[in-house]
Design a protein around this ligand. Structure first.
Ligand SMILES: [Zn+2]
Length: 258
């Protein structure tokens, strides 16, 4: 029976375990999420390597009797030291990692899950504060697409009318679909009175946000930095994508509130 396995792996979570060990959750290209123990105190080389957001070749020993998994080596190719240098980067990276963990790694297509996650972390490694927020919004949108949960943004889900490019649509929190103003029985244009729509169960999907989301969809976050998004549109985009993912995951994550 084979007991040693190798993976292409990225560290998403690392927690103390026992006196001097660490329990590490990896996203792997081969099997999705796997959890393994790293033995060794604070000075161990392996422990330093198996740290948050590091990515590389992972060697695992599986004990067939006791059922535990142990990290035997981790050859890091991507260290992403920049994430630790800025609070906003660390918070944004945590939002990305916790989203992937909450979705059980995406439930399949592990290689694509790993590359989406790694691309977002690469962007965060060098991002300034504003780019961090945009990179997370973009990651969440692409992750919703990856989960097959991304709503159509250019037509009404009820009457199928094409949305005018400069028109306002409404995202229904109940159905997870986008509706035209007449199907949603809500106003057709800006300004929208802040907060009033949420009690009716809707979030606005304005033209600027729809254009931005369409432009960054499927792109790496580095490229997304070229598309501008003002503060109000950024808030609107974040509310929309987190609502879409909350619907997909069945809960809101506290790490989205950065
Ligand atoms: Zn309609």
């Amino acid at each position: 029976m084979a007991r040693n396995f190798t993976y292409t792996a990225l560290v998403l979570r690392a927690r103390p375990s026992g006196e001097s060990n660490r329990e590490v959750t990896f996203l792997t290209a081969e099997e999705g999420l796997i959890r393994a123990t790293v033995f060794g105190g604070p000075k161990s080389r392996l422990r330093a390597h198996a740290a948050l957001y590091h990515e590389g070749r992972l060697w695992i020993y599986r004990d067939p009797v006791k059922g535990y998994m142990k990290v035997t080596d981790f050859d890091v190719h991507a260290w992403r030291p920049g994430i630790r240098e800025l609070y906003e980067r660390a918070m944004a990276a945590q939002a990305v990692a916790e989203t992937v963990l909450a979705a059980q790694g995406g439930g399949g297509g592990w290689e694509a899950a790993l590359s989406l996650t790694a691309n977002a972390l690469d962007a965060l490694d060098k991002a300034d504060e504003a780019a961090c927020r945009r990179a997370v919004i973009q990651f969440l949108w692409n992750w919703a697409e990856f989960l097959g949960q991304r709503p159509e943004l250019d037509k009404c889900a009820s009457c199928a009318c094409e949305a005018p490019g400069d028109g306002l649509l409404w995202y229904s929190l109940r159905d997870g679909t986008v509706l035209c103003p007449s199907c949603a029985a809500l106003p057709a244009g800006y300004p929208v009175q802040e907060g009033a729509w949420e009690t009716a169960g809707y979030l606005p999907a304005g033209p600027g946000v729809r254009r931005w989301l369409a432009a960054v969809q499927g792109q790496t976050p580095v490229l997304a930095g070229r598309f501008t998004l003002d503060k109000a549109a950024e808030r609107e985009a974040k509310a929309l994508v987190t609502a879409v993912l909350a619907g997909a995951l069945g809960k809101r994550l506290s790490t989205w509130e950065f």
